[in-house]
Design a protein around this ligand. Structure first.
Ligand SMILES: C[S@@+](CC[C@H](N)C(=O)[O-])C[C@H]1O[C@@H](n2cnc3c(N)ncnc32)[C@H](O)[C@@H]1O
Length: 281
């Protein structure tokens, strides 16, 4: 079992609170009006699902992870998609979710599975809606998948912006110091090279030598990422993210929420506000 800290417990609370509101609203739309259904289904997608259980770092207590928590939301979702790259985690999750015909389990890279197998069934004309949780440990999200999610017009996303991985592997003194595999992960995550212009600047010293200066930090990147979710990916609304920190106030990640629907945004904004205050205490 993966060990988690208080920030993950808060993340679970935030997501569950939104899922409860979402299911209440969408369930009431599963009605037929003039022989036309407003909504034919509302689905839960956990793209980095894990195996369903975690160990609380402080207390050693076993805690339920996002997929098991989602299964407890009432009214329930009409379908659940759980994906993990680690096939053992999916096998363990399968044992923990027992026989439930509304669950689909996938072993593999979510960036591909979402685009090839899940999103095609969630077109606007399908009258289905979905919430997708994108919660990796590091830079494992592909921008083309996020962009596709926005284009579907039917999917709300929670996105984990991995500050720790970015600080450790991308925020180097010079861009030439970034390992090539980290460069590639960042390129896939950001979608193009523009993150470099935000982070580094080429300068010339008094003797004409060129050197590079780091001009950005994770906060600047996170801010730009929010703008990108709107202007490049095409989500109509993106809530100001909530910053998750460790007990020494060190940044771990930002949790973003993006949607095509204003109502969803108002709900999440209120939830984020409540938990930000809670974290400052
Ligand atoms: C932070 S954990 C997920 C925790 C879970 N969302 C929860 O709150 O209970 C991240 C998971 O993503 C999985 N993973 C990493 N890269 C992946 C990828 N490309 N596609 C799908 N799963 C991946 C890891 O095996 C790990 O179980």
């Amino acid at each position: 079992m993966d060990k988690i800290g208080v920030w993950s417990v808060i993340k679970h609370e935030i997501i569950s609170e939104y899922l409860s509101a979402y299911c209440r609203i969408l369930h009431s739309k599963l009605v037929t009006v003039n022989k036309k259904e407003w909504c034919k289904g509302y689905e839960y997608i956990d793209a980095f699902s894990g195996d369903g259980l975690h160990l609380d770092k402080r207390s050693g207590e076993v805690l339920e992870g996002s997929p098991l928590r989602a299964l407890k939301i009432e009214p329930s979702f009409t379908k659940y998609h759980f994906i993990d790259l680690d096939s053992k985690k999916i096998d363990d999750l399968k044992k923990r979710t027992r026989e439930n015909p509304s669950i689909r389990l996938y072993k593999g890279d979510c960036n591909k599975i979402l685009i090839d197998e899940i999103f095609p069934d969630l077109t606007y004309d399908s009258f289905k809606r979905a919430v997708c949780i994108l919660d990796p440990y590091g830079l494992h999200l592909n921008w083309n998948m996020i962009k596709k999610a926005a284009e579907m017009n039917t999917i709300d996303v929670f996105v984990n912006f991995p500050v720790m991985d970015i600080n450790r592997n991308i925020m180097r003194a010079k861009s030439s110091k970034i390992k090539s595999e980290d460069n590639e992960r960042m390129l896939a995550f950001w979608g193009d090279e523009s993150w470099k212009d935000i982070t580094f600047e080429s300068k010339t010293d008094l003797f004409g030598y060129e050197y590079e200066e780091k001009i950005g930090d994770y906060k600047k990147l996170a801010d730009e990422y929010r703008k990108r979710l709107k202007s490049v990916a095409g989500f109509k609304y993106v809530v100001k993210p909530i910053k998750m920190t460790n007990k020494n106030n060190g940044p771990l990640y930002y949790l973003y929420f993006a949607s095509q629907h204003g109502v969803a945004i108002d709900i999440v904004r209120d939830i984020f506000k409540k938990y930000s205050t809670h974290m400052l205490k």
